[in-house]
Design a protein around this ligand. Structure first.
Ligand code: SF4
Length: 361
């Protein structure tokens, strides 16, 4: 599977098959270079005949097949891909008027983390994606949409799955995405998101210069334990202390905190003030995200006025904070909405405070 190899390994494989390194580079550019993005042997143009013949017999180029493309009212596209074993993953392409287009890639089929506000979490984990399946989502985004949207500039690992639970394949994919002779995404424009797997966060920050987004979503362990079960293993104190330590070792590095706002659960002004204290000393930006309700969800979105009030408290304390409007909501292409219908992972029993917040009972 050619797209599963970083360039040094790729070059070694070409050489061990009896061909020169220069041919490895030409092939690499066919797969990842501008306006080429080959995904069949027929599209490998400009290579010598023997080399192409060897590739036809020994190399797989394509890991994904497009099953469907759904367009939301705001132009966001959700691409459904079928994998070789018949499972389906989802990738979202989000055009932005400021000349920046983002592709949101999946890293697993389903997810084991069971965050209570997330639709994907309900699927449970089916399997990790291999490196080629991750990389090819970005290649496809460029291949399908570059002429319509212009350059696809950003990659976020915020599709299906917890990327850091599949860290080996994700680290390899990230290295391929930022390779200067290929896809050449800027490292700071490739963002890997996590629900808070502490040992893997340490590894990621030590081995990669790409951006990290941490899904925080609560300001007390009591609430976070309920909405993000991973907090029972790695609590807020440990998570934030690890970030403080690791970011301190890096040069001009900023962590992105994601905070999905759930009415009556994590959106009080006390939460805002606690959040300021929690992130103190960590160079960061905070995204306040409006919750996208979905079938079976017990949560309600915070009102826009309250989100603005919350944002203002943070901004007045000197935090860099943004409100993130939902994109692609009408076609279930928004954050936390990816996955197939059907439930295999159950919701936790909601404590009384959430039931009161969500349903007003
Ligand atoms: S929010 Fe992310 S980590 Fe949590 S269940 Fe959904 S996909 Fe998994």
């Amino acid at each position: 599977m050619l797209k599963g190899m970083e360039f040094p390994e790729f070059e070694k494989w070409v050489q061990s098959s009896g061909f020169r390194p220069a041919q490895a580079l030409m092939l690499w550019k066919c797969l990842y270079g501008n306006n080429s993005w080959a995904h069949s042997h027929d599209e490998l143009t400009g290579l010598n005949k023997d080399f192409r013949k060897m590739l036809c017999g020994n190399a797989e180029i394509k890991a994904l097949s497009v099953k469907d493309i759904i367009t939301a009212a705001d132009g966001t596209r959700k691409i459904l891909f079928t994998l070789k074993d018949g499972l389906v993953i989802e990738t979202v392409v989000i055009p932005c008027s400021r000349g920046r287009t983002t592709v949101c890639v999946s890293s697993q089929v389903g997810c084991a983390m069971n965050c209570q506000f997330c639709y994907t979490g309900r699927m449970g984990l089916r399997r990790h994606l291999i490196t080629a399946e991750i990389v090819e989502q970005a290649v496809f985004a460029r291949r399908l949409f570059s002429s319509e949207f212009g350059s696809i500039t950003n990659v976020v690992f915020m599709g299906m799955g917890e990327p850091l639970q599949n860290i080996d394949n994700v680290m390899k994919a990230v290295a391929i995405l930022i390779d200067e002779q290929g896809l050449h995404f800027s490292p700071r424009k490739v963002t890997v998101s996590t629900s808070g797997l502490v040992p893997q966060i340490r590894r990621f920050l030590r081995e990669s210069n790409c951006s990290l987004a941490v899904s925080l979503n609560a300001t007390t362990d009591e609430v976070r334990n309920q909405i993000m079960p991973i907090n029972r293993r790695y609590n807020l104190g440990l998570l934030l202390e690890t970030l403080r330590e690791e970011v301190d070792r890096k040069h001009k590095y900023i962590v992105l905190f994601e905070y999905v706002m759930l009415a009556g659960v994590n959106d009080s002004m006390e939460d805002a003030r606690r959040l300021i204290e929690l992130v103190r000393g960590i160079p960061c930006k905070i995204n306040l995200i409006s919750f996208n309700p979905h079938h079976g969800s017990i949560f309600m979105p915070t009102s826009e006025e309250k989100m603005i009030e919350f944002r203002n408290v943070l901004a007045e304390a000197g935090c860099i904070v943004f409100l993130r409007l939902s994109r692609g909501n009408d076609q279930m292409a928004a954050c936390g909405q990816l996955g197939e219908l059907g439930e295999t992972q159950s919701l936790l029993r909601a404590p009384a405070m959430f039931r009161m917040a969500s349903f007003g009972i």
